[in-house]
Design a protein around this ligand. Structure first.
Ligand code: CA
Ligand code: CA
Length: 299
């Protein structure tokens, strides 16, 4: 099996990045990731971290998929997310929904042992691991790993989890997939500005497909499918996500505009992925059974 060490990280997704591993379509690859603090936040005593040179949101890779050509789609099956035994969170004085409440940054370290998160002596939570940053090289200029976009990137969508299938655009030969910023769990919105940040070993299968209808980034998770769109405002992101799903349903069902709009209003759910990154991210979800009713099976 191909394995990419966490020695190989980038903080920008870019066509110019040098591949750190090569694979064929259909291969299984393990990405060893660092946490979003570049593994520098190791103690509650040092909330700013141990090192001044830490990267923000390092992503492991990139991986070059030999058969991938511009215009293809990269299907990424998330097979396993094996978490490190601990994670960290940190308050922010400049970002997130509660920034006015804090005068300084405070960190907390949580154990992830025995598949549980002991929040305090009364509340224990269950991990629900997700991938915050996952993307291919963008079509244009490079995009830093703190920003989401058409290439994926820092989407912070908690549905990108074990068992999910993510469809990303291929904008350059090899696709150049990279991923990192794993959260042991996170609610929709990422309202504090972080999830329970941790490192992990993420096992994926990558397959090159051709299907011009799939509106990337597109996700299949637990019986539902979703478009994921990012924009400066939530309104704009909601408009984009809904309209991408509209076009997709219309191409699958062959319905006219009136019926497509009605169907969307009956079955699509808008949800916020995150409100804390340079662009906000919204998804439009529908049950996969709607696609099945029209005879469409995702490749
Ligand atoms: Ca993130
Ligand atoms: Ca994060």
């Amino acid at each position: 099996m191909i394995r990419i060490s966490d020695e190989y990280v980038v903080d920008i997704l870019d066509k110019k990045n040098e591949p750190k591993a090569f694979c064929h379509s259909g291969d299984i690859v393990v990405f060893e990731t660092r946490d979003c603090y570049d593994n520098s936040l190791t103690s509650e005593e040092r909330p700013l971290g141990d090192r001044g040179d830490a990267l923000e949101n390092p992503a492991t890779g990139p991986l070059y998929v030999r058969e991938a050509r511009k215009g293809d789609i990269l299907k990424v099956e998330i097979l396993k997310i094996a978490l490190r035994s601990w994670g960290a969170m940190r308050t922010s004085v400049s970002g997130g929904e509660f920034r006015e409440r804090y005068e300084k940054r405070t960190a907390r370290i949580f154990s992830l042992k025995e598949n549980r998160i002991v929040f305090d002596d009364r509340l224990t939570l269950t991990p629900d691991p997700m991938i915050g940053v996952i993307g291919t090289a963008p079509a244009g200029e490079g995009v830093y790993t703190h920003t989401p976009g058409e290439h994926g990137g820092n989407m912070d969508c908690n549905k990108i989890t074990e068992g999910s299938v993510l469809y990303l655009p291929v904008n350059t030969d090899g696709a150049l997939l990279a991923l990192g910023d794993i959260h042991a769990r996170m609610g929709d919105g990422e309202v504090l500005i972080c999830g329970l940040e941790t490192a992990a070993e993420v096992t994926v299968r990558v397959t090159v497909i051709q299907d011009s209808r799939i509106p990337t980034p597109f996700l299949r998770c637990r019986g539902r499918v979703m478009t994921i769109q990012s924009a400066v405002t939530l309104d704009e992101a909601a408009h984009l996500a809904s309209n991408r799903m509209y076009d997709f349903i219309q191409s699958v069902s062959g319905q006219d505009d009136v019926h497509t709009g009605m169907l969307m209003s009956l079955v699509s759910d808008l949800a916020i992925c995150q409100v804390v990154d340079p662009q906000k991210t919204v998804r439009s979800e529908i049950p996969e059974s709607v696609l099945e009713a029209y005879g469409y099976v995702l490749p």
